[in-house]
Design a protein around this ligand. Structure first.
Ligand code: 6PG
Length: 242
């Protein structure tokens, strides 16, 4: 079930996402005693993370019960300007009372294969060796080329069916990335895309309403097995939708 919600601007998207996350976290903590969320990198989620850390929201979540992961990471040290961990740390983690052992950073300073296998071990331990990880929430963005997480068009990670985490070389950028794989992402209870900006409009229409071509448009691979898929988009990104 795909739920597309359109908001006037990026700030409204962030606020809607924050409200939705507070409710989803409360429900998960009530049901299971914990809330596991995989964060995304890039620029879109910065507003959301800062909002969650603000006085309006910070006390609405029991951070001691929250477990923070990443859906992907750049292969750089944690203090590197490109690090998704660094961005989340500066906008959110440093400002919330979350126990440090509840923050599962990808050790992306290691060589890519080692980093990906270590992260998979971390996930398999947390999810008690289940067949697939069952995140309560998987936060995703979408690039203007239709990629999501670090599942870039034409890359080997798109066709991975067994592993939960892989090292993925992205020719287009000339870099290695660590990314969760489609099966691992699609087993989440809730998957939420945050997409804003006019530069995403054409691609968003192609992903949602165009022909199915997931190797070209990897965001089309995201189809939760038995979870919910939510798109939170602003009007500029939704401009080409019917
Ligand atoms: C990353 C993300 C990536 C991002 C998209 C959108 O590490 O960059 O995981 O998938 O969500 O590239 O990025 P923007 O939010 O900057 O447009």
């Amino acid at each position: 079930m795909t739920d597309i919600r359109i908001f006037p601007n990026a700030e409204a998207v962030a606020r809607a996402a924050a409200n939705w996350l507070v409710e989803t976290a409360k429900a998960a903590i009530t049901d299971t005693g914990r809330f596991s969320i995989a964060l995304s990198g890039g620029s879109t989620p910065k507003l959301l993370y800062a909002l969650l850390a603000s006085p309006d929201y910070v006390d609405q979540i029991d951070w001691s019960k929250v477990h923070l992961f990443w859906g992907d990471e750049r292969c750089v040290p944690p203090n590197h300007p490109d690090s998704s961990y660094r961005m989340a740390n500066e906008t959110l983690i440093e400002h919330i009372p979350i126990p440090s052992h509840n923050v599962y950073r990808v050790q992306a300073e290691l060589n890519p294969e080692t980093a990906s296998s270590h992260y998979e071990t971390t996930l398999r331990t947390f999810f008690a060796d289940a067949d697939l990880p069952r995140f309560d929430v998987m936060l995703l963005g979408m690039g203007d080329d239709g990629h999501t997480a670090s599942l870039f068009p034409g890359t080997i990670a798109l066709v991975e069916t067994e592993r939960w985490v892989v090292a993925n070389y992205v020719d287009k950028l000339g870099v290695w990335r660590i990314t969760l794989t489609p099966p691992a992402i699609n087993h989440a209870r809730h998957i939420a895309f945050l997409v804003t900006g006019a530069n995403k409009a054409t691609r968003l229409r192609d992903v949602l309403h165009g022909e199915r071509q997931p190797i070209v448009l990897p965001s089309q691979l995201i189809r939760p097995k038995d979870g919910k898929l939510l798109w939170l988009v602003d009007e500029t990104a939704a401009a080409s939708l019917d």
